[in-house]
Write a protein that binds this ligand. Sequence first.
Ligand SMILES: Cc1cc2nc3c(=O)[nH]c(=O)nc-3n(C[C@H](O)[C@H](O)[C@H](O)COP(=O)(O)O)c2cc1C
Length: 385
Amino acid sequence: MSIDTEAVDLALTTTRAVRKRLDLERPVDDQIILDCIDIAEQAPTGGNQTSRRWIVVRDPEIKQELARLYREVVGGFMLEARDRLEGTDHPRARTVSSSAYLVENLAEVPAIVIPTIVGRHDGSGAPGLFDSVIQSGWSFCVALRARGLGTAWTTAVLAKAPELKELLGIPEEITEIAMFPVAWTKGTDFRPARRDPARNITFFDGYGRTYESGPGTTVTMADGPGTMVETDIAAEIDEVWAAVTDIDLPAQFSDEFTGATWDEGFDGPALGAVFTGRNHLEVMGDWEVPCFVDVCDEPTAFGWCTSDPDNPGARWRFELQPLMGGGTRLIYRLLLGPGPSGLNMFIEQNPEKEPRIIANRLRVHRANMQAVLNGIKAHVEAGAS
Ligand SMILES: Cc1cc2nc3c(=O)[nH]c(=O)nc-3n(C[C@H](O)[C@H](O)[C@H](O)COP(=O)(O)O)c2cc1C
């Protein structure tokens, strides 16, 4: 039997967290939930020992109690955030509004399913417990989706584990993993979410090593090699934006970059703005690089390319992402090429050493980029406190 790849991929890419589109009126048959659990039980499990136990809650009074516990944990935060962000274009506004809806309607959902596993996580880092149940929980979600039902992976109620155990008579040696509100969905048309492309978050043969294509068995400039570093900053995104668009600031933290100045006619971040960066390395002495701002989406992305905007020697990118609990994730990315840079001279002299030259240069860049992020984090957090 051949697998319908398109159908599988569709299910895998469109199994969304459904809350507002849960149909609270249409009954859900027990059998369809059991069918989905049967499918979920096919997931891998450590030692081939199946230790998952599933609880399906139907009783309206128990659902009320679950809803009360859930509300106690996230209600205050979610409802307040919903009211604060409603009508704004804040990137979290939709998720928060959807989450708040679930807080207010959990008791009305036809079934609430709680996967559990026999055992207590001992925090030893030994493989086994959660690793033998998370994938099964996700299979359950996808199996629901394939049948026209939906759910949302929620964990907030687990903060009330003792109350949950008491309410459902769950033995002490069992660990609760998630809480799935299950219903038919209103419509079945769901779209893939916006996620980082694989190339941005996949590293080959070492953490932080990215490629725009390839890499082949030996790394060359044609593979588009690059690197990324990141840090979470306890400050609002606008404050981080102000720091990353202060083009001279990294000079305080980098061993190589010594400063930058906007070229005549430019005085701040804007698409097409040009600045000159100054650098110093023991082996190279001082040199200057013209930089052309080619990404400027306040407050989420700022970047520039060097030397020649049509055939850059390198592309530098800051990406800013607001974090759910407050704060900002700052990613700093470097892509070498596709045009020539100082590196090409060394490669032309020693073509057989191309992979090593690239790896060494990226290692130096990466250390400086991390130092810059650490510096920006300290700078912004000092200002933010
Ligand atoms: C570990 C984990 C815990 C979560 N806990 C909650 C929760 O308590 N309440 C909730 O409404 N959503 C929860 N979610 C759902 C996420 O908010 C959801 O994935 C997010 O809204 C993105 O939606 P999408 O999955 O449709 O892309 C959780 C998701 C995960 C993976």
